[in-house]
Structures are given as structure tokens and as C-alpha cells.
Design a protein around this ligand. Structure first.
Ligand SMILES: C[S@@+](CC[C@H](N)C(=O)[O-])C[C@H]1O[C@@H](n2cnc3c(N)ncnc32)[C@H](O)[C@@H]1O
Length: 244
């Protein structure tokens, strides 16, 4: 069985095995948030855009989207999905070689959990240079409740669309990391493979400090793209901030 880098072979089966049917709901939430912005939200930077599922929802709502991701395999799939209706570029955060200013930057479905604490802070700082004054930064990250949930559910196995997968997670609570092994023992379109992903649980303090240093304020933390405030049961917190 091949051991491959994160988000290479997984790109081919990502939409089928990893994704919840959440994107339309999340895009409706973003749309509802931005519709009241008198300056208008038109240009959106989708950071860690993956296979373009959120970009597709935003394009359908008439936003102009630039998506960036470290994985060329994920981006290839995004380009197939959207063709010329969105722009996709490689960017390995915290390097962000995109031109222009955006009305909003987003990162959804755990993209920022892949950044080490220092890379996360540097990424927020560089996003501060890409988002216009009073523009938006909206991203989700795992919470401490998700850390507990992952420890309690360390093994997930399933079948989807001709794929069989086993996902095992090893959380280091002290280091605030999670090493996830995604073992696709049967792949719909090829040989079985294994990918190992390292994710980080960023503390609220780290996130707030990074936002302040990056020039963001008016911070709101809600429960997964909803108008409910995040609480101790929240697994995926959505952070909303405005550029000063
Ligand atoms: C769980 S996926 C989320 C993808 C997409 N946002 C979605 O909602 O489906 C995480 C994505 O983060 C990307 N990623 C991880 N580390 C990155 C980095 N340092 N720079 C840019 N992208 C990164 C991965 O390639 C992957 O596509």
C-alpha cells in the first residue's frame, strides 16, 4: 500500500469520503453575514480551498472567488469543478502570493487546523494585508470539545461510493496536536493508499492574539456557521472578524 503526502491521493476521493453536506448551509450563512455590508462583498479569497466545494457555492451566489491551496491535486479537482468561473492558485501558507485586496477571506472545513501555531499567526498577519478595511475574515477551527470528541472516537471506519476507509486519530493533549492516519483500503479509482495528516488545536488565546496582531477586531465566535454563540459543546467554532 502506498504512503503518500497529505492531500495527494486523497484528492481523488475527498468529495466522496470526507465531506459532510454542509457547504450550501455554510455559504448561506456567509451570504447572510455579508449582505448587510454597505461597502459590498464581491471578491472572496478562499484559503485552503481544497477541491473547490465552497468556491462553487459562492460562485453560485455571484461572488468572485480566488481559491488557494497547498495541494496541486486538490486544486486540479477544483479547476475541473469550476473551470473558468473561479481562479485557483497554489499557495503554501503562510506564503500567500496573491495580488489584490479582497472584501472577505474565508477558510472552511478545518484548513487552519493544518497550520502550526506560528504558521497560523503568520497566516492571519498576511491576511491582514489582503483584506480591505472593514473587510471580513471568517474561518472555522476545532475546539477543545473536538479534542475530547476525537479522543473518544479515535477510529472511524466506513464505505462510501466504492471506497473503504479507516481513519485513526492520535491526539496529544499536551502538545495540542492530532496525528490522523487515513487508510483507504479500497479506492474506487485506483490502488489503496495511506495518508498521514498533522493537525493543531489552536487555543482561543492564540487565535485572539493572532487576530489582534493581524489588525482584525470585532471578533465573534459562533457555533459552526450559525448565529448561536460558541459554547463548551461546540466542536467546530466559526470565527468572524473585521479588518480595522
Ligand atoms: C480538510 S481540507 C479543507 C478543504 C476545503 N476548504 C473544504 O472545505 O473542503 C484542508 C485543506 O487545507 C489544505 N492545506 C493544508 N495545509 C496547507 C497550507 N500550509 N497551505 C495551504 N493549504 C493547506 C490542504 O491541502 C487541504 O486542501
Amino acid at each position: 500500500m502506498d504512503e503518500v503526502a497529505a492531500y495527494t491521493r486523497l484528492a481523488g476521493v475527498y468529495d466522496e469520503i470526507v465531506v459532510d453536506p454542509c457547504y450550501a448551509r455554510w455559504a448561506d450563512f456567509l451570504d447572510g453575514l455579508w449582505v448587510h455590508d454597505q461597502a459590498g462583498v464581491h471578491d472572496v479569497l478562499d484559503v485552503c480551498c481544497g477541491t473547490g466545494l465552497m468556491a462553487a457555492e459562492l460562485v453560485a451566489r455571484e461572488y468572485r472567488v480566488v481559491g488557494v491551496d497547498a495541494s496541486t491535486d486538490m486544486l486540479d479537482r477544483a479547476r475541473v469543478l469550476l473551470g473558468s468561473r473561479a481562479t485557483f492558485d497554489v499557495a503554501v501558507l503562510p506564503d500567500l502570493p496573491v495580488a489584490g485586496r479582497f472584501d472577505a477571506a474565508i477558510s472552511n472545513f478545518d484548513g487552519f487546523n493544518y497550520l502550526s501555531p506560528s504558521a497560523f499567526a503568520e497566516t492571519i498577519a498576511v491576511l491582514g494585508t489582503k483584506v480591505r478595511s472593514q473587510g471580513w475574515l471568517v474561518f472555522d477551527i476545532h475546539t477543545d470539545a473536538m479534542m475530547d470528541f476525537t479522543i473518544a472516537n479515535a477510529l472511524v471506519e466506513g464505505d462510501s461510493d466504492g471506497n473503504h476507509f479507516v481513519i485513526s486519530s492520535a491526539v496529544d493533549r499536551a502538545a495540542r496536536t492530532c496525528l490522523t492516519t487515513i487508510d483507504v483500503t479500497q479506492a474506487r479509482d485506483g490502488e489503496p493508499f495511506v495518508e498521514t495528516h498533522t493537525q493543531y488545536f489552536h487555543s482561543d488565546e492564540q487565535v485572539r492574539a493572532a487576530l489582534t496582531a493581524g489588525g482584525f477586531s470585532d471578533v465573534l465566535v459562533v457555533d459552526e456557521y450559525s448565529y448561536r454563540g460558541a459554547d463548551s459543546d461546540t466542536l467546530r467554532a466559526t470565527w468572524i472578524a473585521r479588518r480595522n
